[in-house]
Ligand binder design. Structure first.
Ligand code: SF4
Length: 298
């Protein structure tokens, strides 16, 4: 049995899912703690022999797969040798059209431009990174382990290497106090780096104060006031207002978004903005009904 991933991007639902590492090697983001919560508290690197064995089985089981994805949270932390060997082996066993993975900005920053070119040469086409916010102070407070400056450098190296960048943005990460700054700085950073994709999510604190994600402690102490549903939709509105008409595909491709819009910013930004505003113009009870039916989950 190949080892299965704990989490993958929604867009990779048809991909061969190959586990290179287990869990998250960082595990410090205040809003997360998801791997420990799902039973994978420790980080470990799988051996090349194990990974190759899994690829052999996956290729036999899914002979028509056209894409592949490497996990868990930061498979690049396995090191260049293991990652590139696994990528080459996969492509040798199956001519997939696309190979993607999750990756931490901090890891890519440490690897540097030369290694990023090596990743491209080994067959990596796209990388999904947690941008979360473009605001340096919010990132520091949430212990993301990256800064906007690092993101700008990494985005440039990826573009030069020909690897697509897919960024996740977390509405609500500034809480109710810092939401305008959170969104303004996030839009500023996206406008600067022009990623291929922006994927929007809503902050959801899993578990509870006693047993849940670390940010609950700040909520309990009153240092972080959670954004309310309407505020989250206002954040999406502000984000769309401030984004330039880039060659970037924006998608609210997670079920926990209250309003689901998607499209190419260059062509569909105004239409997406109109959809969000139409929603905000609905009668109060219709909006509240929508907030009530949208589930909160990973
Ligand atoms: S958000 Fe990503 S990097 Fe941060 S702890 Fe969670 S899995 Fe790890």
């Amino acid at each position: 049995m190949p080892e299965s991933l704990i989490i993958r991007p929604p867009s990779e639902w048809r991909s061969l899912l190959v586990r290179i590492t287990r869990g998250c090697n960082w595990n410090r983001c205040r809003f997360c703690g998801i791997y420990p919560a799902m039973g994978q508290a420790d980080f470990s690197i799988r051996s090349l022999a194990e990974i190759r064995r899994d690829i052999d089985v996956l290729v036999l089981r899914h002979p028509r797969a056209e894409t592949a994805f490497f996990g868990d949270a930061d498979p690049l932390a396995a090191g260049m040798e293991i990652f590139c060997d696994a990528a080459r082996y996969l492509r040798q066993r199956m001519p997939v059209q696309r190979l993607t993975c999750y990756g931490r900005v901090a890891t890519l920053h440490r690897l540097g431009p030369e290694n990023i070119h090596r990743l491209a040469a080994a067959g990596l086409d796209r990388i999904h990174v947690g941008l979360e916010s473009g605001d340096a102070e919010i990132l520091r407070r949430q212990r993301k382990g990256q800064s906007p400056k690092m993101v700008v450098r990494v985005a440039r190296w990826l573009r030069e290497a020909g690897i697509e960048l897919s960024c996740y943005v977390l509405l609500g990460l500034g809480g109710r106090d810092q939401w305008r700054r959170h969104i303004t700085e996030t839009a500023r950073l996206i406008n600067r780096i022009e990623p291929g994709f922006v994927r929007v999510r809503r902050l959801w604190l899993h578990g509870n104060v006693e047993n849940g994600c670390p940010l609950w402690q700040e909520v309990r102490a009153g240092d972080f006031v959670e954004q309310d549903p309407e505020g989250t939709v206002r954040e999406l509105e502000l984000l769309l207002e401030q984004l330039r008409p880039l060659e970037t595909f924006l998608a609210c491709d997670h079920a926990n978004n209250y309003v689901q819009v998607s499209g190419l910013l260059r062509e569909e930004r105004d239409q997406m903005l109109a959809e969000v505003r139409d929603f905000l113009a609905l009668p109060e009870e219709r909006r509240q009904a929508q907030y009530a039916v949208i589930g909160s989950r990973i």
